[in-house]
Design a binder for this molecule. Structure first.
Ligand SMILES: O=C(O)CCC(=O)C(=O)O
Ligand SMILES: [Fe+2]
Length: 310
């Protein structure tokens, strides 16, 4: 099976995306316009950060909302099958909250950055990449709505005007995965939200589950690997697939990747699109608030995430 390609600004992009999401839930996004130099700078900055001594990285330790550095093994994406955390460390940068959002969970802290004397370009580079990817994410979200038969649906205020966007830098260590012993780079999971735009280095490891088989996703030059998440599946009443994936280290080498999660507003109610519901195909999922969906997942997988008292 090959993974489909979507040409980001092609007149048929929405049809290409629909085909990819109905059949695989993953595709390569080409023609996206994110400058190569900016992508390269991201890898330079993240590698430099992850190579710092632990006590230096600890100055940017993840806060209660997971902004900042999450050390090796902090996350366990498949708790049922893992005996230790994912063999990776992470760094998260989120959208800056607006003053009237700070009462919301996950929105009440600011981004955490490394000491500028040690990492003078980290904040500027990650912020530039974050902004560029936010534009791209919105474009792909609009393609998604068109592909699902509801063009323009995400223009409605309250849907995507305050998206929950997370830039995530990942460093996998060189540890070989051992599936029998429950040791894995990144445990099998489906993503939780609408869209993930993933950049990787050239190292193999990413696999997706298709018809009970694990299939390698090879590196493709200057293409993002995009997948849709659980909210996309809910919106389309199961027509589009939120496909499980994992990262297995078979090489004994380190690996770097940068997923960018593009999610609706915290208060957006995700409810099956009318175009995906009929008398023969009733709604399979009750409405859910996007923010609550994310909070439920964070509690399950992050050792460092501290939920606010209820
Ligand atoms: O590192 C990768 O290639 C995938 C990471 C991933 O699936 C995730 O962070 O959700
Ligand atoms: Fe994922």
């Amino acid at each position: 099976m090959s993974i489909p390609i979507v040409n980001c600004f092609h007149p048929n992009a929405a049809q290409q995306l629909r085909h990819a999401c109905v059949n695989v839930g993953f595709f390569y996004l080409k023609g996206h316009g994110i400058p190569r130099q900016l992508q390269r700078s991201m890898y330079v900055e993240m590698e430099r950060f992850f190579k710092l001594p632990a006590q230096e990285k600890a100055k940017a330790l993840a806060d209660k909302n997971m902004r900042g550095w999450a050390p090796m093994y902090e996350e366990t994406l498949d708790p049922e099958n893992q005996t230790k955390g994912d063999t990776k460390e992470a760094y998260h940068v989120c959208r800056d909250s607006l003053p009237d959002e700070v009462h919301l969970p996950l929105h009440d802290t600011t981004n955490v950055f490394p000491d500028p004397l040690v990492m003078p370009h980290f904040q500027a580079v990650t912020t530039a990449y974050f902004n560029a990817m936010s534009h791209l994410g919105l474009h792909v979200a609009h393609l998604f709505a068109e592909a699902a038969g509801v063009p323009g649906a995400f223009n409605i205020p309250g849907m995507f005007d305050r998206p929950m966007t997370v830039l995530r830098m990942l460093h996998y260590n060189a540890e070989h995965s051992n599936l029998k012993k429950g040791v894995i780079g990144c445990g099998a999971h489906s993503d939780f939200g609408l869209l993930t735009l993933l950049s990787t280095d050239t190292e193999p490891g990413l696999q997706i589950e298709k018809d009970g088989q694990w299939i390698d996703v090879p590196y493709v030059e200057n293409a993002f690997i995009v997948n849709i998440g659980d909210l996309a599946e809910r919106w389309t009443n199961g027509l589009f697939r939120s496909t499980r994936h994992r990262v297995v280290n078979t090489t004994g080498r380190e690996r770097y990747s940068i997923p960018f999660f593009f999610e609706p507003n915290f208060n957006c109610i995700v409810e099956c699109f009318p175009s995906c519901v009929s008398v023969e195909n009733l709604a399979k999922y009750p409405p859910i608030k996007a923010g609550q969906n994310l909070l439920n997942k964070y509690e399950q997988i992050h050792a460092y995430y501290t939920p606010d008292p209820k």
